[in-house]
Design a protein around this ligand. Sequence first.
Ligand code: ZN
Length: 257
Amino acid sequence: MDLCFDLTLAVGYTSRAQRSRRLTEGWVGAHMFCPRCGNPNIRHYNNNEPVADFFCPRCNGCYELKSKSGRFNERVNDGAYATMIERITSNTNPDFLFLSYSAAAMCVTDLVIVPKHFFVPKIIEERPPLAPSARRAGWRGCNILLSGVPKQGRIAIIRSGTELPREQVIEKLHRSSNLAKGDVRTRTWLFDVLNCVNILPHDEFSLSEMYKYEKLLSTIHPDNHNIRAKIRQQLQILRDAGYIEFLGRGSYRRLSL
Ligand SMILES: [Zn+2]
């Protein structure tokens, strides 16, 4: 995969934002495969499609592209808060591609896909309304809080200038689909427990270690009064999805995937 931009695409554009958009969108359209089905390319929507930037002609997967010179911060600016929440609760949001590039080398350095089902309201932060003097006074945008997404939902396609094996990307994305359970409430629980599993110090862990997160989880989910049962339920889903295994007698192993 050629990671360098086609600079001719930016000829005639003076605004930095427009140049960046032309170059990154041009690169994705020319080189990016569909990480859902492996189709060799994905296509740019012709018009300003409100739902996504790219689609796969084979599996109809939709992708929204976020690009940045340099690494992404924890917060990534996105569009209207209300629209985002509506999209993620109705399951009509696309998968997101986060593309980082080097402005010096004019090449892609990192590309990560966050599958759509990892978007839960918790990782969407409402920005303050625009000032009364602004053209769109009162409008509220949002930030995507990338660090709130479990690492299983941040699947690298290119890392530090190296493309990862495509089969590996597709397999990871496919496996993550096992976590596309229920509505956003259900998935919020699942990802909260998965985030706890991810920060455990050892791959082998016990149920009592997981129960140490009871207090933390009860502050996030104050309406739930049976946190331990909820933890066990999520661990079962993670087992069925192939992210952990049960060793018996309240012991588990985290699988490095
Ligand atoms: Zn596809």
